[in-house]
Design a protein around this ligand. Sequence first.
Ligand code: ADE
Length: 355
Amino acid sequence: MSIITDDNKLPKRVDINQKNPNTKAEKIDYDRNFENSIRPKSFDTYIGQSALKETLKITIEAAKKREKPLDHLLFYGPPGLGKTTLAGVIAQQMGVEIKITSAPALERPRDIIGILMSLKGGEILFIDEIHRLNKVAEEILYPAMEDFFLDMTTGKSQTVKTLRVPLPKFTLIGATTKAGELSGPLRDRFGIIHRLEFYTEEELSQVIKRTAGILEIEITTDGALAIARRSRGTPRIANRLIKRVSDYALVKADGKINEEIANQALDTLKIDCYGLDSTDRSLLKMIIEKYDGGPVGIETLAAALGEDVRTLEDVCEPFLLQAGLLQRTPRGRKVTPATYRHLGYTNIIEQQNLF
Ligand code: ADE
């Protein structure tokens, strides 16, 4: 089987049968280890986002020619589309180290100061969920990003002095699912701001084949496409589904994945032809059955479903909006005629003359 990778740092085989996680923390660790083990490390193996890749290649080439660090970059878009992966590819391409953190981990001033002072010239600092950075950390970042200085204060009240501590020239890569929540001054300090797009089925099936190659799972082109169709345009979901489908193939057949096995496995997992899972369907059904199709506020929905508002907004909604199954209005969320059709509410369509 051909493994489409030039990533010589990747382990040749990843044990997908490693002990299943029990606790939530174990599960997060397990998912993160799995994701890290299959992350592409170069532009050649990074599939999709072609316009962004071309821009980045030129920017990187120019920075190398000038022998200067890259401009600060901001990536935004729904989760699971490869923002962290892309930051890793950029670091590899620039030949520099990358330090990865996330805004909630930078709670105290000393967290951000410590990490900035640990950077070496040219290195990349990646801050995930950068919209969650607190005001103090943001203000420490402004001079660091703009002039590569830390403004430190010493002493108390009347004797207070400001000290400018020079920092090495670094590149900040910020990632966010909510670009709108970033403050204007922080957004303005990024030289390149780019949105990551959902993947096409063709791109996702390439991601699936690549992952299958690394995991030594046999899969046909049709099998990969069947998984891709139900992966909500998101590589992280595609990579999770391939493991579940592979388990199913191993138990119910000979371990090989073809279209039929993939569809059977995904039906068993209750993932429908749009890639919606039970949480998505509960959200949409709730709007239809309890709120007459909407509009209804997201807080009301979250409370009724027993879900976190952030999970609904960041994880469920982006794909439902893009698929035309949900609309955001000033008065709340609404479903569309396509939602009624998809979920089989044909009687309501007839009653309300939705077509
Ligand atoms: N795995 C996750 N994202 C990927 C991508 N963009 N290309 C290849 N493999 C991936």
